[in-house]
Ligand binder design. Structure first.
Ligand code: DX5
Ligand code: ZN
Length: 217
């Protein structure tokens, strides 16, 4: 499965969104973290930032919705220009219905699991999703340390996906850096979100290249 690097713009200079997106044009996706101050104790942005990113860059947008009531809001993110919308298992009311609605609009449907959320309830419905996001930090903030304790879940998910012959991507998000990306790749992840490791690096463009190399090893 191909290795995909998805820098998170959470800690980028949002006043220069177009320039910050330009720095990661060698990446596969731009990961945009939407936080509502209810599902997580932090507030970021919403639909207008997706629209702006879409307008100023051609990189596909991966909307990570850390919000309550994704059933109501997720389709609007596809409408606004995101190519993928990922909602949280802990917040969604009807995951199958919502995933089908997103796919019906031509978007990719992602299911996010916070570190303490297990995959057991979703095993039989994995084919409803294009991606499963295994959070490797508690959602809400950039710059937190990577939780290696999530790796057994990633390994199990990789086995299940391969056994079922699915193309579902496994994304990891939180604390992914040059020091941690290899263990996530080893466990079976193929899509890597990195915030600080890209935007706090001296050269963000080079950081993307380096992460890709390390994930391939
Ligand atoms: C955290 C967000 C992440 C965050 C990652 O809740 O979902 O996407 O931007 O930032 P780093 O890579 O710094 O942990
Ligand atoms: Zn995220």
């Amino acid at each position: 499965m191909s290795i995909l690097i998805s820098p998170s713009i959470l800690n980028s200079d949002i006043g220069n969104l177009a320039g910050e997106l330009d720095k990661i044009s060698g990446a596969d996706w731009a990961h945009v973290d939407v936080m509502d101050n209810h599902f997580v104790p932090n507030l970021t942005w919403g639909l207008p930032v997706i629209e702006a990113a879409k307008k100023y860059s051609s990189i596909p947008i991966d909307a990570h919705l850390m919000i309550e009531d994704p059933d109501r809001w997720a389709p609007a993110y596809i409408e606004a220009g995101a190519a993928s919308a990922t909602f949280h298992a802990e917040a969604v009311k009807a995951p199958i219905r919502l995933a089908r609605e997103i796919r019906g609009m031509g978007g990719r449907a992602g299911l996010a699991l916070s570190p303490a959320t297990q995959i057991d309830n979703y095993i039989d419905i994995l084919d409803e999703f294009d991606m499963v996001l295994c959070m490797t930090v508690e959602p809400g903030f950039g710059g937190q340390p990577f939780l290696s304790s999530v790796m057994p879940k990633v390994e199990r998910l990789r086995e299940l996906i391969d056994k079922k012959g699915l193309e579902t991507w496994i994304q990891v998000d939180g604390g992914v850096s040059a020091d941690t990306i290899a263990q996530a790749a080893e466990a079976g992840a193929n899509n890597f979100v990195a915030g600080s490791a890209v935007y706090k690096a001296e050269d963000a463009t080079q950081a993307v290249t380096d992460l890709r190399e390390l994930a391939r090893k």
